[in-house]
Design a protein around this ligand. Structure first.
Ligand code: NAD
Length: 457
């Protein structure tokens, strides 16, 4: 039996060694899930909903220990772990409220004895291969609507949030989801690859562009549903009429919350030259107030970088930017004596020759570039292979709407950032992926429309 070792990124200590899956156990889980799915699909929706309601109650009852597990394995500050779990409740409520209307069979024609209906049938057995940075959100965005829609789910959590993956699965089983219908597969990329080798009916992936490309290649010949939620290099433009201090405070949080390890973290800031200096001063002052350290402390804002190799990426981006003329205003290096700690880092005088402004950083680091006006800002915002989110700060709604209409991004923000709503679809342009989760479309995405032509004789 192989084991998956789990380490605490805040201090490097081994915290668990979990039995891991292999190709044979993954194939066995697939066969069980395939056999269990038809009965689940015909279980009344009210019963499927009741399971998810009990799951919600268990999350509420166990919120603190669940948050602690997540913080220990990912290095996420404990207040943010609690915030994620509390935020999950709103997503569950949305799915429970909307699922019935979203999945209802529609009669679209009924004349002269001929009836036409659209049924939303479950896909069957779906694979969910997931990331570690918001493990409850990205896991449950797929698992819950997929189960509600009548699918079996084979879930491969990230090896960096494996205990959280096990907790999600345990709570669903305890809430009444049949054991065989929902399985948690333990392991790293090889276990994900073994899952893709099964005859699943859909693959729902959250993670990096590089892995997304491998997954697309692995399933490309099979004509099954494929969704990829990938990275971003999310820009924000601060206009000349914005309040530099309030914009800076909001954007510092948007760039550094979750230690900058959010797919929708603000990763590039363009500021109109008229307010550039005031904005930068307020931004640096805010960042200097962020407390870095023990993720279990209630007042910690900057926790650990979850994956150690990412420290090298951050260091390389700083070195590259400085070599090309950037100015380092604060941070710029690892935090001594603190596991995978990296100081919150702000650079100005940056430009698009630097990796910092082109490649996802996924850490507490930001480049701020001065621009001469709206046209240059839009050109720079769209100068990217990604397109997850983008924002504009200005008191002028018309100006914001006109600017955001020109930006290639799945979500656009006016005077806000780093925000996800269960009511709105979550999707990306370009290398940020394909398909969507959340919103009522994010329930329907786990179904296939079946057309019924019914003639009375
Ligand atoms: P990753 O690509 O390293 O891993 C994601 C998952 O894929 C893990 O479970 C991993 O074990 C698995 N995997 C790795 N190789 C595989 C293979 N060959 N076949 C099948 N599975 C394989 O990504 P990560 O480090 O876990 O997550 C960080 C990335 O996720 C960032 O780029 C971030 O922007 C992105 N992300 C995107 C969203 C979104 O909604 N767009 C949300 C969260 C995170």
């Amino acid at each position: 039996m192989r084991n998956l070792d789990i380490y605490n990124p805040a201090n490097g200590q081994k915290i668990a060694s979990l039995p891991a899956d292999d190709a044979a156990s993954v194939a066995a889980r697939y066969r069980l899930a395939r056999a269990a799915q038809p009965a689940w699909a015909t279980t009344p929706l009210a019963q499927r909903k009741a399971c998810i309601e009990r799951f919600r109650a268990a999350v509420v009852a166990q919120l603190n220990p669940l948050a602690t597990v997540m913080t220990h394995e990912t290095g996420k500050p404990i207040t943010m772990s609690r915030n994620e779990l509390n935020g999950l409740l709103g997503r569950i409520d949305f799915f429970l409220t909307e699922v019935e209307a979203s999945l209802r069979t529609q009669t679209v024609f009924n004349e002269g004895g001929m009836t036409e209906q659209i049924e939303l049938a479950p896909l069957g057995v779906v694979a969910n291969i997931s990331a570690w940075n918001y493990p409850w959100f990205v896991g449950c965005n797929v698992i819950l609507p997929a189960l509600l829609a009548g699918n079996a789910v084979l879930y491969k959590p990230s090896e960096f949030a494996a205990q959280t993956g096990l907790a999600i699965t345990r709570l669903l089983h305890e809430a009444g989801v049949p054991q065989d219908l929902m399985a948690c597969l333990m392991g790293a990329g090889d276990v994900g690859a073994a899952l893709l080798a099964q005859a699943v009916d859909g693959v729902f992936f959250t993670g990096s562009v590089a892995t997304g490309a491998k997954i697309a290649q692995a399933v490309g010949q099979r004509f099954i549903k494929l969704q990829l939620e990938l990275g971003g290099k999310d820009p924000t433009y601060v206009c000349d009429d914005a309040n530099p201090k309030t914009a800076a405070e909001s954007l510092a949080d948007g760039a550094m919350y979750n230690t900058g390890q959010s797919c929708c973290s603000v990763e590039r800031i363009y500021v109109h030259e008229k307010i550039h200096d005031a904005f930068v001063a307020a931004f640096v002052a805010t960042v200097k107030g962020f407390k870095a350290g023990d993720p279990m402390a209630d007042d910690t804002y900057i926790g650990a970088i979850t994956r150690r190799p990412q420290l090298d990426v951050l260091e390389r981006q700083v070195v590259d930017a400085l070599a090309k003329g950037a100015t380092l205003l604060t941070g710029g290096a690892r935090l001594p004596g603190f596991g995978n700690g990296f100081a919150p880092t702000v650079l100005s005088q940056v430009n698009h020759t630097m990796d910092l402004m082109r490649e996802e950083s996924f850490g507490p680091i930001i480049g701020i570039q001065s621009v001469s006006g709206d046209a240059q800002a839009i050109a720079l915002m769209n100068d990217t292979r990604y397109g997850l989110t983008a924002g504009v700060y200005t008191p002028d709604e018309n100006r914001a709407r006109q600017l955001l209409a020109q930006v290639n991004a799945g979500s656009v923000y006016w005077n806000c950032c780093d925000r996800v709503s269960p009511r709105l679809p979550w999707s990306g342009y370009g290398d940020s992926g394909m398909g969507l989760t959340l919103s009522t479309e994010g329930i329907k995405t786990f179904t296939r429309p079946k057309a019924w032509h019914l003639r009375k004789v």
